[in-house]
Design a protein around this ligand. Structure first.
Ligand SMILES: [Zn+2]
Length: 295
């Protein structure tokens, strides 16, 4: 593992990335690029789950093993927990909603999420409303996924449910926005989340054009990297594209560090001081290291 000792020229907080699906090489490359903190939302794992118990093991992993793994690479890890929109449609998974309160009290949880709509079904209505109420009850922000299909209609319906929930817009990020949804999302007063992918949805140049129009406030930029074709360094590519387009280092720091700190800081649970790799004592997680379980 490379162990740079100087502070990063650039500090990056990726506010939405699924590290469970990523490798230790990704962690090392992210650290090199300046990533010092991230939030991992719980989501759909591709393979449908068939019982609530598998969610609980996954939640425990986002609260235990994955923060441990991130810390070995000098990166602070937090998570958001929820029943994701897609699996909200499976009655076998719905009981997760009843158990969420005992997870939302944990220190590593900085928001309820990802919640929102996938196919806009009645079951998704129920899960979204219930989980926005949980965010209110636990005084947490909410990470709200907007649908990838039928985006404008999906956002309009999401905003209706948000208004009914009573959750203040400044505690909500609307994620996966693009040119067609950014206007309505900005008018709502919610935070604006953009996922930058290698070849679909947003790319760094389109992101910069949106920043030119809407400014740098209330904007969160993430890689949303997961088990699909994605790139955990997309946040740093946006930083490069911003500088090339005439934004300055302070603008970059606002979008890629201070904004996510401000948004998730509303949880009162952000812990951002993680020792750099190499300066950290070897620690074990339940008796095991990342070296295949032993010294
Ligand atoms: Zn995601």
């Amino acid at each position: 593992m490379k162990t740079p000792t100087r502070p990063p020229a650039r500090r990056i907080f990726d506010p939405h990335i699924h590290m469970t699906s990523r490798t230790t090489d990704d962690y090392a490359a992210m650290y090199e690029a300046g990533v010092r903190a991230l939030v991992e939302p719980s989501f759909w794992l591709g393979q449908p789950r068939t019982s609530p118990a598998t969610f609980f093991d996954y939640f425990d992993s986002l609260l235990g093993w994955e923060p441990y793994r991130a810390a070995q690479y000098g990166i602070a890890h937090h998570c958001t927990l929820a029943l994701n929109p897609k699996e909200a449609n499976d009655p076998r998974c719905a009981p997760v909603l009843d158990e969420l309160p005992r997870y939302l009290i944990k220190d590593g949880v900085v928001a309820v999420g990802e919640v929102g709509y996938d196919s806009m079904t009645p079951a998704e209505d129920t899960a979204l409303a219930a989980q926005l109420q949980l965010a209110l009850d636990h005084e947490l922000p909410a990470l709200v996924h907007t649908p990838h299909r039928d985006k404008a209609a999906g956002l309009a319906r999401t905003l209706d449910v948000l208004r009914e929930s009573g959750l203040p817009p400044e505690r909500v990020v609307l994620d996966h926005l693009n040119e067609t949804t950014v206007g309505a999302a900005a008018d709502s007063g919610c935070w604006l989340g953009f996922s930058i992918y290698p070849d679909t949805k947003m790319d760094p140049d389109r992101m910069v054009r949106i920043l030119r129009v809407h400014g740098t406030e209330r904007v969160l930029v993430n890689s949303a990297a997961d088990w699909g074709h994605s790139d955990p360094l997309k946040t740093s590519h946006v930083a490069d594209a911003m500088l090339a387009a005439g934004f300055d280092e302070d603008d970059v720091d606002q979008v890629l560090w201070r904004n996510p700190v401000a948004f998730y800081g509303q949880s009162g649970r952000l812990t951002l001081d993680v020792a750099p790799p190499g300066e950290r004592e070897q620690q074990l997680f339940q008796g095991n290291s990342i070296l295949r379980g032993g010294e």
